[in-house]
Design a binder for this molecule. Structure first.
Ligand SMILES: [Zn+2]
Length: 431
C-alpha cells in the first residue's frame, strides 16, 4: 500500500547510508505463523449489511468485534514498540556518529583512503565503503533485534538468520555502490563550488532520487524478490477491467513473492514512466478474498491516477531536499568552527565530515517524522477514497484493514495517529 516506501528508502540510502534499511530478505515461507493472524472475514457482520437503518459507527464496531482480543493486543504491542524504536534508532545512530567523530575514526578512514589512491573521487568512494561497512557492523545489534529477532517474536518473519543476514549484506552492497556514486558527485560539487554547492547538491540529489525510483521495480526489487506477471485470469480480469475503467493503460499486473521474508499482506505502485506498475504480494493473493484483492488494487490505482509518485518526486521531496541542504550548509559550518580541529576534519570538502552529515540529517528526520507521516497518511487516505469508488468493494476494503491490523494498531488515539501513523488506522479505514 506504500507508494513512497521505496522513495523514502532511496532517500535514506542517499542521506544516511544506513543501507540495512532497504534490505528485505528471502526464504521459503515457514508454516505456523498463524498465532498473530487476523481472521479472514468471509461474511459481512449483520450490523454492516446494507439496510435502511445502516449506521456507520455500529458497522465499524461490528467489524472491530471480528478480531480476537489476543490478536489485537499483540498487534498493539508490536506497533507501540515501534514508537520506541524510532527513538532508539535515532539515539543509537547519533551515538555511532559521535563515536566516529570523537575517536577520529572518520579521520583515520579518510587517511587510509588517501594512502590507497591519489585520485580524489576514488578516495571519496573508498571512504564511503569504509564508512558503510563500519556503520553496518556497529549498527548490527540493533538492526538484528529490530529486523530479525523482534519480527520473529511477533510471527511476522518467515526466514532464518542466514538468508536474512544475506539480504542485509546485499542491501549494504547496493548502498555502497549507489550511495557511493552520489557521494562522489556531491563532494565534487562542494570542492568546486564552495559557495553554491548546496543548491547544485539539491539538484543532483533530486536527479539521483528520480533515477533510483525509476530503476527500483526493474533492477532493485528483483535483487531481493522474484517478481512475475500475474497470470490467473480470475484475479487479473476484474483488475484489468477496473484499470480500463479508470483510464490506466495497464496490460499486466505483477506479483512479488514477499512471503520469502514476511507474512504481511501488501501491494504497491512503484517506478514511474515506463517502469510504473502495480504489484500485489503473494500473501495478499493467498489469503485475500477476491473482494479484498479488488479493494486493495483500487487503492493502488488511486495512487496511480492521483499521481502520488509524481507529486512526491516533483513537489514534496524537492522541498525536503532543499531544506536539508540549506540546513547542512549552515550547521556544518557552525560545527566545524567549534569542533573541526578536534575531529581532524579539514573543511566542507573533506569526506571525514560524513558522520556529522548523517547526524544532522538524522536529527532533521527525527524531528520531522510527524510531517512525513502526515504527508504519507494524507495520500493514503486519498487512495482509500479513490479505491472505494473504483472497486466498489467496501467490505473487501474492511477485510483488508483487518488483515493489516496484524502489524498496525487498529484504534489509536487521534494525536497518536496524527504523529505516528503513515497510513490511516484500521478503525478509520473501516469507517
Ligand atoms: Zn497506499
Amino acid at each position: 500500500m506504500i507508494s513512497r516506501l521505496r522513495a523514502a528508502c532511496a532517500l535514506s540510502v542517499l542521506f544516511v547510508g544506513f543501507s540495512a534499511c532497504i534490505a528485505s530478505a528471502q526464504q521459503p515461507p515457514a508454516a505456523g505463523n498463524q498465532a498473530n493472524e487476523m481472521p479472514s472475514v468471509t461474511t459481512v457482520p449483520s450490523a454492516a449489511q446494507p439496510s435502511p437503518n445502516f449506521n456507520v459507527d455500529a458497522a465499524t464496531e461490528a467489524y472491530m468485534a471480528e478480531m480476537p482480543a489476543s490478536s489485537r493486543a499483540r498487534s498493539d504491542a508490536y506497533f507501540e514498540g515501534g514508537y520506541w524504536l524510532i527513538l532508539w534508532d535515532f539515539l543509537y545512530g547519533a551515538v555511532i556518529s559521535l563515536l566516529l567523530l570523537n575517536l577520529r575514526w572518520s579521520a583515520r578512514m579518510r587517511d587510509l583512503a588517501e594512502r590507497i589512491t591519489r585520485f580524489k573521487p576514488l578516495q571519496t568512494f573508498i571512504y564511503w565503503a569504509e564508512y558503510s561497512v563500519l556503520t553496518f557492523v556497529l549498527g548490527a545489534p540493533l538492526a538484528i533485534y529490530e529486523g530479525y529477532t523482534r519480527e520473529r517474536q511477533y510471527g511476522l518473519a518467515t526466514q532464518t538468520f542466514g538468508p536474512w543476514a544475506w539480504d542485509q549484506t546485499k542491501g549494504l552492497l547496493i548502498g555502497i555502490f549507489l550511495g557511493g556514486l552520489l557521494v562522489m558527485a556531491l563532494f565534487g560539487l562542494v570542492r568546486r563550488l564552495p559557495r553554491t554547492w548546496w543548491i547544485w547538491g539539491s539538484v543532483v540529489t533530486m536527479l539521483f532520487l528520480i533515477f533510483t525510483v525509476l530503476i527500483t521495480p526493474v533492477y532493485l526489487v528483483p535483487i531481493f524478490n522474484k517478481v512475475t506477471k500475474l497470470n490467473d485470469p480470475k484475479v487479473t480480469e476484474p483488475i484489468l477491467s477496473m484499470a480500463r475503467a479508470n483510464g490506466i493503460a495497464a496490460k499486466d499486473v505483477y506479483q512479488v513473492d514477499a512471503s520469502r521474508q514476511t507474512t504481511r499482506m501488501s501491494a504497491n505502485v512503484s517506478g514511474f514512466g515506463q517502469t510504473m506498475r502495480i504489484t500485489l504480494n503473494d500473501n495478499l493473493l493467498r489469503r485475500g478474498s477476491p473482494e479484498e484483492i479488488q479493494a486493495v488494487t483500487g487503492h493502488e490505482m488511486g495512487h496511480y491516477v492521483l499521481n502520488h509518485i509524481y507529486k512526491d518526486l516533483l513537489l514534496f521531496f524537492p522541498v525536503v531536499i532543499v531544506i536539508s541542504f540549506a540546513l547542512l550548509r549552515w550547521s556544518l559550518d557552525w560545527c566545524l568552527q567549534r569542533w573541526g580541529e578536534k575531529w581532524q576534519i579539514r573543511g566542507m570538502g573533506d569526506v571525514a565530515i560524513v558522520p556529522l552529515v548523517a547526524l544532522i540529517l538524522s536529527i532533521f528526520g527525527f524531528v520531522t517524522t510527524p510531517i512525513f507521516n502526515t504527508q504519507a497518511r494524507t495520500e493514503e487516505r486519498e487512495a482509500d477514497m479513490y479505491g472505494l469508488n473504483a472497486a466498489r468493494q467496501p467490505d473487501g476494503a474492511a477485510q483488508g484493514a483487518i488483515h493489516l491490523g496484524e502489524f498496525r494498531k487498529m484504534r489509536p488515539g487521534p494525536i497518536e495517529e496524527c504523529i505516528l501513523f503513515d497510513h490511516p488506522s484500521g478503525y478509520n479505514r473501516i469507517q
